[in-house]
Design a protein around this ligand. Structure first.
Ligand SMILES: CC(C)(COP(=O)(O)OP(=O)(O)OC[C@H]1O[C@@H](n2cnc3c(N)ncnc32)[C@H](O)[C@@H]1OP(=O)(O)O)[C@@H](O)C(=O)NCCC(=O)NCCS
Length: 353
């Protein structure tokens, strides 16, 4: 087996076969894990991620079987053979992919490693991962740690696995359980509250931008991440603008709902979804209340207003998804009235050194 790197995409060119293979495998895995066809990504979204952003960079690798046909590939900057992300490329037999995500603003000592195995190694629902698949996964994780440490100076490594998967090898230790739930959009009408303000794209260009940034900074410091030990994010107006631009780039839309009284933003709730008006699914993102105003039902009301707006603007959306740490009681309390159904449980592992 040989590890090859996938190059950066060239603007305006179509995704290569190897990127399409990655998308196919990632979607198969996501759908098997969640049982839901909506849990999928497109090749264009992957190309957008491969470009990197101000917030995080990525590197994508493929473990390929080159025993039958030796692969001729130019060597990239990291010392691995390069496969093109766009245009035509070499036909390769991929056993698994490794996506390394590198945060650039906070947690700059951390790398998230994400392994996607070829369909032949994916355990059938309810079955255990076999030894061969596990060996490929562990080989990719070991490459990932080495590459992230050597080339990107990372010292902490995070990996998420399905709860049914065997534990990744030492020194990885469990740090968080992440539960994804699906909820039906409620059918009842909710009147628009007098203090509700509806924005898009993080409200980056609105008069409330500085307060939105302040609320998001507080929320990221206070949210339950289990023992992942993530640094709080420090938001400002510029970061809101960059995040909004990334959303647009991905073809997504963010509905941001605020509760504002006397010019003060008390709470917010964000929902993201594909900009395509025919989309049927949406993701509940951050709901948060200003620290000094908590414990008075504001988060509940912000979420209710956000969902009512989603229903008005996107009547076709039927299902809402949300992810939260298993220990996050506040999220569970917030979502409980919408009768969440667990569709996926993942475990986050951390290794240092
Ligand atoms: C969690 C948070 C949004 C709650 O805001 P709030 O305005 O105090 O919440 P509300 O008063 O509207 O309470 C909503 C429900 O959550 C429950 N709740 C609030 N904080 C809680 C906590 N820390 N632990 C357990 N339950 C909590 C309340 O009891 C209430 O449940 P109930 O209606 O069944 O009684 C706020 O603490 C916060 O911004 N935290 C950081 C961001 C975060 O964790 N967001 C949640 C995930 S998106």
């Amino acid at each position: 087996m040989r590890l090859l790197e996938i190059s950066r995409p060239q603007p305006g060119r179509a995704p290569s076969d190897v990127v399409r293979t990655f998308v196919f495998m990632a979607n198969l895995e996501a759908q098997e894990a969640s049982g839901d066809a909506a849990a999928s990504v497109t090749a264009e979204q992957v190309l957008t991620r491969l470009k990197g952003s101000a917030e995080s960079d990525v590197a994508l690798f493929a473990l390929v079987d080159d025993t039958v046909t030796p692969i001729l590939a130019p060597t990239g900057e990291l010392g691995y053979g390069l496969l093109a992300a766009t245009g035509s490329d070499t036909d390769v037999e991929v056993a698994g992919f490794l996506l390394i995500s590198l945060p650039l603003l906070e947690d700059t000592d951390l790398a998230e490693l994400d392994v996607t195995l070829d369909a032949q190694y994916l355990p059938l629902p309810g079955e255990k991962m076999d030894d061969q698949a596990r060996a490929i996964r562990d080989e990719l994780l070991s490459h990932g740690r080495k590459i992230a440490a050597t080339h990107f100076d990372r010292r902490r490594f995070v990996v998420f696995t399905d709860v049914s998967e065997p534990a990744p090898p030492a020194p990885f230790r469990p740090a968080v359980t992440l539960t994804t739930t699906a909820m039906a959009v409620p059918e009842n009408d909710v009147p628009v509250a007098a203090d509700a303000v509806f924005l898009q794209g993080f409200g980056a260009r609105s008069e409330y931008a500085p307060q939105i940034a302040e609320l998001l900074s507080q929320a990221s410091a206070d949210i339950d991440n289990g023992e992942l030990d993530l640094a709080p994010q420090s938001w400002d107006t510029r970061r809101l603008e960059e995040a909004a631009a990334r959303l647009r780039d991905r073809g997504d839309r963010q509905l941001l709902t605020l509760l504002v009284q006397g010019g003060e933003v008390l709470a917010l709730s964000e929902i993201t979804l594909r900009a395509d008006p025919t989309t049927q699914v949406a993701e509940l993102g951050m709901t948060t209340t200003k620290r000094a105003r908590r414990g008075r039902g504001l988060a509940r009301r912000a979420l209710t207003q956000a969902i009512a707006r989603l229903r008005r603007e996107y009547p076709r959306v039927e299902t809402m998804y949300a992810s939260a740490a298993g220990t996050d009681d506040a999220s569970q309390a917030l979502y409980a009235p919408y009768r969440p159904r667990t569709i996926d449980v993942a475990r986050g592992w951390v290794a240092t050194g």
